[in-house]
Each structure stands twice: as structure tokens, then as C-alpha cells.
Design a protein around this ligand. Structure first.
Ligand code: SAH
Ligand code: CA
Length: 220
């Protein structure tokens, strides 16, 4: 299980959900639909979706980037929190999972808020910078291939306005970040990313031990 806060006991996790989780019916249905897949642990935790929605509301965000859509849970959670004119630039390479995402976005009536770009996210983000949209975004969520995290971070930082926020998922990597002798390239990439942002003076930082670790980086 990487999609629930692994530092909590099951009982305490259930308590947290009992007293604070307000998962909208369509998000719950999408979670149940995705649970039948054997890669379902890629989906964010429901309390994490609710937290990101709260962040967007606090920031009064209107322009959002998502890197890593999968079956669309995190984008749907964010789209529901955006105002009517809010938009998400959503990047993924998998047309099969994107089709599931699209059908749930349509059912939730947020389809028009989400601009899905199928293709390598780095190319999409570079095109967005080249189109003159640097500084035009409020929030970015990074949750795709871990070996590209550093590249996604640089592009997202360029695309955010000052005061904008990057949220980076899986930064505790089920605790494997502690394994100093790992030969797994995803683990090494996340360790390198964490070490790099630790001293990055361009941002304010908080590594929140929520779900599998969510690092928040506020552009100064
Ligand atoms: N945020 C999603 C989970 C994302 S899982 C949720 O809440 O459900 C990671 C996703 O990254 C997968 O869907 C995968 O297809 C995508 N991905 C992997 N490499 C990518 C790349 N180079 N460009 C864009 N997306 C990529
Ligand atoms: Ca993730």
C-alpha cells in the first residue's frame, strides 16, 4: 500500500477518514473502479486529494498543471475545487487510462476544465514555456515517472507565478528513501530530487508525511 499514510496504524488511519474525509461520490466511484486494476496503488490517497483541493481553494488557484493523470483521480479532485473558469493542463502518455479519466471527468461535469495532453510530459511543458506561458500558473502537481522529477520540477517552477506552489508526490517512496545502497533508479531519482530541493533557495519547502510523502515547494 503506497496510497495511504503509511506512518499511521490502520485504526488511526480509519479514524482520520471517519472524522474528516468527505470524498464526493464520483471520486469514490473512480477509486472503486480503479481498484480493480493491478496498478491501482499509483492513485493518490483520498485524504491527499481532499488536501490538494483545500490548497487550491486557499490559493484561489485558477491555472493548474498536472504531470501524471493515470485514471484521473487527482485531476478530478482538483477540478472540483476550481472555479468555473479554472483550467488544468493535464499530462500523460497512456491513452488507455486517460480514456477512463475522460469518462469520469465528463460524468462529474468538469470535462471542460481539463486540457488533456497525451504525450511525454516534458515535451508538453517545454511547449508551454515556448508558447510564452511562463509565470502563468498557480499550482503544479508532479506525479509521473520518477526519473524525470528534476526536469518536471524545473519546468513547473518556470511556469508558476511567484507565490505559486509545486506539489511533488511519493517523496518518501514507501520509506525506501532511507536505503542508501539502493540500485533502483526510481529510488535514486527521488533521493536525488529530495537532496536537491533541500537547499533550493528559490522556494520555501515542506515535506508533508501525508500518504507516500508530498513535498510542497512555494516559488519565492
Ligand atoms: N496522479 C494520478 C496517478 C499518476 S500515476 C492519480 O491520482 O491517479 C503516474 C502516471 O504517469 C501514469 O499514468 C503514467 O502513464 C504517467 N507517465 C509516465 N511517464 C510519463 C511521461 N513521460 N509523460 C507523461 N506521463 C507519464
Ligand atoms: Ca503517486
Amino acid at each position: 500500500m503506497t496510497n495511504k499514510s503509511f506512518t499511521l496504524s490502520d485504526r488511526l488511519y480509519n479514524y482520520v477518514c471517519d472524522v474528516s474525509l468527505r470524498e464526493p461520490p464520483l471520486l469514490r466511484q473512480l477509486r472503486e473502479h480503479t481498484a480493480k486494476r493491478d496498478d491501482a496503488n499509483m492513485q493518490i490517497a483520498p485524504e491527499q486529494g481532499q488536501f490538494m483541493a483545500l490548497l487550491l481553494q486557499l490559493m484561489q488557484a485558477r491555472r493548474v498543471i498536472e504531470v501524471g493523470v493515470y485514471t484521473g483521480y487527482s485531476s478530478l479532485a482538483m477540478a472540483l475545487a476550481l472555479p468555473r473558469d479554472g483550467r488544468i493542463l493535464a499530462c500523460d502518455i497512456n491513452p488507455e487510462t486517460a480514456e477512463i479519466a475522460r469518462s469520469f471527468w465528463a460524468r462529474a461535469e468538469v470535462f471542460d476544465k481539463i486540457d488533456l495532453r497525451l504525450g511525454p510530459a516534458l515535451a508538453t511543458l517545454d511547449a508551454e514555456v515556448a508558447a510564452g506561458n511562463a509565470g502563468g500558473y498557480d499550482f503544479a502537481f508532479i506525479d509521473a515517472d520518477k526519473t524525470s522529477y528534476a526536469d518536471y520540477y524545473e519546468r513547473c517552477l518556470a511556469l508558476l507565478r511567484p507565490g505559486g506552489l509545486v506539489a511533488v508526490d511519493n517523496t518518501l517512496w514507501s520509506g525506501r528513501v532511507l536505503d542508501t545502497h539502493s540500485d533502483d533508479e526510481d529510488t535514486s531519482a527521488i533521493q536525488a530530487f529530495n537532496n536537491r530541493v533541500a537547499g533550493d533557495e528559490r522556494v520555501d519547502i515542506c515535506l508533508l508525511p501525508l500518504a507516500d510523502g508530498l513535498t510542497l515547494l512555494r516559488k519565492r
